[in-house]
Design a protein around this ligand. Structure first.
Ligand SMILES: Cc1cc2nc3c(=O)[nH]c(=O)nc-3n(C[C@H](O)[C@H](O)[C@H](O)COP(=O)(O)O)c2cc1C
Ligand SMILES: Nc1ncnc2c1ncn2[C@@H]1O[C@H](COP(=O)(O)OP(=O)(O)OP(=O)(O)O)[C@@H](O)[C@H]1O
Length: 306
């Protein structure tokens, strides 16, 4: 795992000197992002300097559009995933209001100081600085004066369209887990702390781990899914709902996960849930009996098909 540097007053900008960096947010660390990072590793191998990812904490969209943003990964998970891509280090720039308000050239001056990388890899749609006003041409002009090589790559595509975090979020919102995973190049998962529900699941014959997700982490559309749940490092088959239960007036959680062949109290524990296949929409049932019958059928499907 690569070393992660938080850029603060103590950060030694000299680390960036001669590095080959992939630059961006990288929510989801999808196949397009990995392509860019692999290109940075290639130029590092050619130039002899280290390879690096230069990213932000927090996601800039979180600062400006928190109300409508649906993220693929939390900031911590994203930075951890970037550190596992095989680069030498990850440098994380704090995306404070003051940092975000800088004009493009000031933004570059703050980011690099007088320590210039050998190469910067970005997508051709890369924007930077206040109001995202800086474009690749501005980056090139800045870089030419400082001997930095700019690689502005065409966006990697799948099924004739660029792979972007936005596209993957839209697929998840439609419940299209398989397509989202294809573009991500790795499983989609969300994590949550198991909270106390109404406690009725066990009376109905299926216990559920109730998870309350922050609105920003609700990328997956409402519905019922076949999933994998990881509890204390062990992966189990699971049937899960996304969206509060419409059958009950006092529904509790955003997501409820029935973990097959699992028993034990996990309140307060963090579990990872990996939805893999959409089964049906959430339904407001007329009776508890019909809810039980349908959920048991979903659980049976998971047992047989996952
Ligand atoms: C696989 C699965 C499917 C579910 N489908 C629905 C549904 O369609 N409609 C609904 O109102 N609740 C649905 N639920 C939520 C259940 O109603 C809820 O888990 C149950 O009432 C227990 O709630 P509790 O844990 O808060 O006690 C589903 C739960 C699971 C695990
Ligand atoms: N498909 C792709 N191929 C190559 N580079 C990409 C691709 N998608 C994004 N990039 C580049 O990766 C870096 C990180 O991009 P960013 O986090 O904005 O990704 P994104 O997937 O386009 O997200 P969003 O859809 O939210 O704009 C940027 O330099 C961007 O230009």
């Amino acid at each position: 795992m690569a070393k992660v540097y938080r850029v603060n007053e103590a950060f030694d900008h000299g680390l960036l000197s001669g590095a080959s960096c992939a630059f961006g947010v990288f929510d989801g660390v999808h196949r397009g992002h990995r392509f860019l990072i692999d290109e940075a590793k290639k130029t590092a191998a050619e130039c002899g300097g280290p390879s690096a990812v230069l990213t932000f904490d927090i996601d800039p969209d979180e600062r400006f559009h928190a109300d409508r943003l649906k993220k693929l990964m939390t900031n911590e998970r994203r930075i951890e995933a970037l550190a596992q891509t095989g680069v030498d280090f990850v440098a994380v720039l704090p995306f404070t209001p003051a940092f975000a308000a800088q004009a493009p050239l000031d933004f570059l001056a703050t980011t690099f100081g007088e320590s210039f990388p050998a190469a910067l890899h970005v997508g051709c749609d890369f924007h930077f600085g206040a109001k995202a006003a800086g474009q690749v041409d501005d980056l090139r002009a800045w870089a030419d004066e400082r001997g930095v090589r700019i690689f502005a790559h065409d966006l990697k595509s799948a099924f004739d369209k660029p792979i972007t975090a936005t596209r993957i979020r839209l697929l998840l919102a439609e419940g299209r887990c398989e397509d989202a995973v294809e573009l991500l190049g790795h499983p989609y998962a969300f994590e949550g702390v198991v909270a106390q529900g109404r406690g009725e699941g066990s009376d109905m014959g299926f216990c559920t781990a109730n998870i309350e997700l922050a609105p920003m982490m609700r990328a997956l559309g409402e519905g019922v899914y076949a999933a994998w749940a990881t509890v204390s490092g062990v992966r189990y088959k699971a049937a899960m709902s996304m969206g509060t239960a419409p059958t009950f007036a006092e529904a509790t959680a955003t997501s409820e996960v029935h973990i097959l062949d699992f028993e034990g109290s996990i309140y307060g524990e963090t579990i990872a849930v990996e939805p893999v296949h959409y089964l049906r929409p959430m339904v407001e049932f007329d009776s508890v009996e019909s809810l039980i019958a349908e959920v048991q059928a979903n659980i049976a499907w998971v047992r047989e098909n996952l």
